[in-house]
Write a protein that binds this ligand. Structure first.
Ligand code: 5AD
Length: 462
């Protein structure tokens, strides 16, 4: 009797930034295309991939713990393959094969095109129960770590869930060399996708019911493809039929140009929201970070954007305790937070990343960990104050939300406004993916509690 071969199952667990989430979808797409069923628990999978982040040490520590845990699962499930992919895989390379977890595959961000073949290659015949595999472990492990100057994953598509929102990567890698940052070393230089492919992809998404897209790139607004610079691509995407909301992340302040701001101000689907990483509010620190702007020129960008889109919500990234940062220089960063009045900020303590220029600064320049911790704590406090102040001033508004998911509290749904603010309100599961208006009744500081003021708009008939 011939037995039908069981469909292989794959599980991808993603850590880190939006680009990584998008890469996770890419891996799922590649595997689904090869006939894998994508499952949502490692216990039910034949292939388990941990898609990792290398941006800070803390992120890596978390993942290493998880890999060891999955290694224990692997012991109970002979035949399961365990892979570590993404930025930490690229950074740590073959050492991951030797560490705990019995990792079979290590694959950096440029290797995914060959993912299915790599897994095929690793999968030898399953040894009969009770018999030890004659194949040495080492010959059964694989590390794919080449950076590829041309790999932009043209022609491959992500496996996306059915929701109303989608990530659309338009660029990979980064040509900047900010001295704290590991990204250029693990993702290589900037590689852009063809504009026509991006626009076609967005059209396809819209036809499938996606109405919100977020264009992704490490410095997304430096995108260029032939005569297409970012503002032109943004305009084209924003005009695709069926698309109601367009966002993009993360831009570099230097490439926030009048042309870009013009598109943001004139295309109704481009959301009134911008994430603008400042990193520091002090010129000497910015210079040593090699950010290539000053506080003054950063403020000019803020004014340019606010001049054209007065109600825009601005968020930022900040690093405290960069090597050599003095107390006064750190205070400049607090000033910047208060001056700009960011709607939101992601705040970090400097984390040395091996191989990056900042780690080569003189040892006595490194900020004492306790000092770093107290700077971060105070910065978080300032962020809270500013954020809840800004949000309190918005109570009473009526805003359009796209309903995203159920809130933790029973009977409550979470929606997101165009300005990227989260609102909880009473509603049913069926509202997910629909647009409706809610009044912002009060704020918890970071988010809002609201009430729907009208029924959801009927779903578009396509
Ligand atoms: N230490 C701390 N924060 C970092 N970031 C990037 N590299 C480091 C580092 N070595 C932060 C920056 C960046 C965000 C994604 O992570 O603020 O914008």
């Amino acid at each position: 009797m011939t037995q039908e071969r069981r469909t292989r199952r794959a599980y991808v667990e993603t850590y880190g930034c939006q680009m990584n989430i998008s890469d996770g979808e890419l891996m799922e797409g590649i595997l689904a295309d090869r006939g894998y069923e994508i499952v949502d628990t490692p216990e039910s999978a034949d292939v388990v991939l941990v898609n990792t982040c290398a941006i800070r040490e803390h992120a890596e520590q978390r993942v290493l713990g998880r890999v060891a845990q999955l290694g224990a699962l692997k012991k109970e499930r002979p035949g399961m393959l365990l892979g570590v992919t993404g930025c930490m895989a690229q950074r740590m390379g073959e050492s991951l094969l030797e560490g705990p977890g019995q990792v079979d595959l290590v694959m950096g961000p440029d290797g995914y095109r060959g993912l299915a073949q790599a897994l095929d290659g690793l999968r030898g015949p399953v040894p009969p129960a009770g018999e030890r595999s004659p194949v040495k472990r080492n010959s059964r492990q694989l590390a794919v770590l080449d950076l590829n100057l041309g790999e932009n994953y043209q022609g491959l598509e992500q496996r996306r869930s059915d929701g109303a929102s989608a990530w659309v990567p338009i660029q990979r890698g980064c040509d900047h060399r900010c001295t704290f940052c590991i990204v250029p070393y693990v993702r290589g230089g900037e590689k852009n996708r063809s504009a026509s492919e991006v626009v076609d992809e967005v059209r396809g998404l819209a036809e499938r019911g996606v109405s919100e897209v977020t264009l992704l790139g490490q410095t997304v607004n430096s995108y260029v493809w032939e005569e297409w610079a970012f503002p032109k691509l943004l305009r084209e995407v924003s005009r695709v039929d069926g698309i109601r909301r367009v966002r993009f992340t993360s831009p570099h302040p230097n490439d926030v140009t009048p042309e870009l701001v013009e598109v943001m101000a004139t295309e109704p689907t481009v959301c009134e929201q911008l994430h603008l990483p400042a990193q520091s509010g002090n010129n000497r620190t910015l210079k040593r970070m090699l950010r290539r702007y000053t506080v003054e020129s950063f403020m000019e960008k803020v004014e340019l954007v606010r001049g054209a889109v007065p109600d825009i919500a601005l968020s930022t990234d900040i690093i405290v305790a960069f090597p050599g940062e003095t107390h006064d220089e750190y205070l400049d960063t607090l000033d910047l937070m208060r001056t700009v009045r960011f709607d939101d900020a992601f705040t970090y303590k400097y984390s040395p990343r091996e191989g990056t220029p900042a780690t080569r600064m003189p040892a006595d320049q490194f900020v004492d960990p306790e000092v770093a911790q107290s700077r971060l704590a105070e910065l978080i406090e300032v962020r809270r104050e500013v954020q809840s102040d800004v949000n309190r001033s918005e109570v009473g508004r009526v805003e359009e939300v796209l309903v995203e998911k159920e809130a933790r509290r029973d009977g409550q749904m979470l929606g997101r406004t165009r300005r990227n603010k989260v609102v909880a309100f009473e509603g049913e599961h069926e509202l997910i993916g629909r647009y409706m208006h809610v009044s912002l009744d009060r704020t918890t500081g970071a988010t809002f509690v609201g009430t729907r003021v009208e029924s959801p708009e009927p779903e578009l008939v396509r």
